[in-house]
Ligand binder design. Structure first.
Ligand code: URA
Length: 262
């Protein structure tokens, strides 16, 4: 990856006009591959004037490659993370689990949803939120106009606790470096912890104060992360709303607030 970055330093950023246009795009949290259907006249004019630089088409192609490589880099870092999770025996939960559930979704997502731990259906399938809480989450996302395939969903614990009990503090602690690595790979703009376990974990880890869900849900909190400023946006856990109409309405309203932040 680094040679591409170096090329950028020397070729791209020596061109002040391109630099001005591309820098903000490069600093986006959710980089996408840009095709540049339109180029402003001054970029083209400048490029013609600077002898010795590679052609504009080449520069844009390199830019496109840079984004492809960045995307591949996320995928390979995630694959490494999955391997490390597979080899983990730190808390012992894996002994009773069929699958380790790393999470799934769009690695360029602006938002990561964090639940508690896999349940039976998640343990069977190796996928997060595919049981009854998952169905409710799907409905909430759809109701707010969020495409599940375009976000990333994970949990604070990778292996199912026996009998679906709440994960112990020591188990969340043992898994925490995996969550942190996952968040660093995706580098989201919003982290949405759902339910007490995930909220407590994030609030303690980042010193966000008292994690009383009734007080903190639906309110964004700014946190400085290694990749930039992030909003932590706590939600009730969807499982809590399965038989509770009032909580469901709260979740629906909070989900709409979340959409406005993205
Ligand atoms: N509940 C969770 O917290 N996570 C899942 O993946 C499923 C249910």
């Amino acid at each position: 990856m680094y040679w591409v970055e170096m090329l950028f330093q020397t070729e791209f950023f020596s061109n002040p006009v391109l630099n001005k246009i591309l820098k903000p795009i490069l600093s986006q949290r959710t980089p996408r591959i840009h095709h540049f259907p339109e180029l402003s006249d001054d970029v083209i004019a400048h490029n013609k004037k600077v002898p010795g630089t590679v052609g504009l088409k080449t520069q844009l192609e390199l830019f496109r490659i840079f984004y492809l490589v960045k995307g591949l880099d996320k995928a390979s870092r995630f694959a490494e993370l999955v391997k490390d999770v597979d080899n983990c025996h730190d808390c012992g939960l894996c002994e009773g689990a069929k699958n380790r559930v790393n999470g799934e979704g769009d690695m360029d997502s602006r938002v990561v949803f964090l639940g508690e731990a896999p349940g039976r259906r998640e343990d069977d399938s190796g996928r997060p939120f595919v049981g009854s809480a998952g169905k409710l989450l799907d409905n909430l996302l759809a109701g707010a106009g969020i495409n599940r395939a375009r976000i990333f969903i994970s949990n604070v614990v990778r292996c199912r606790p026996p009998g679906n009990r709440r994960p112990k503090r020591s188990e969340v602690e043992a898994c925490s470096h995996f969550i942190e690595r996952l968040l660093e790979i995706i580098a989201p703009y919003v982290i949405t912890p759902m339910g007490n376990s995930a909220i407590k974990f994030l609030f303690e880890r980042y010193g966000l104060g008292e994690a009383v869900i009734g007080d903190v849900h639906g309110k964004p909190i700014k946190v400085e992360m290694p990749w930039g400023r992030v909003l932590v946006f706590p939600l009730y856990h969807p499982a809590a709303a399965i038989y509770n109409r009032k909580l469901l309405e709260v979740l629906e309203a909070d989900m709409k607030t979340l959409v406005a932040l993205l």
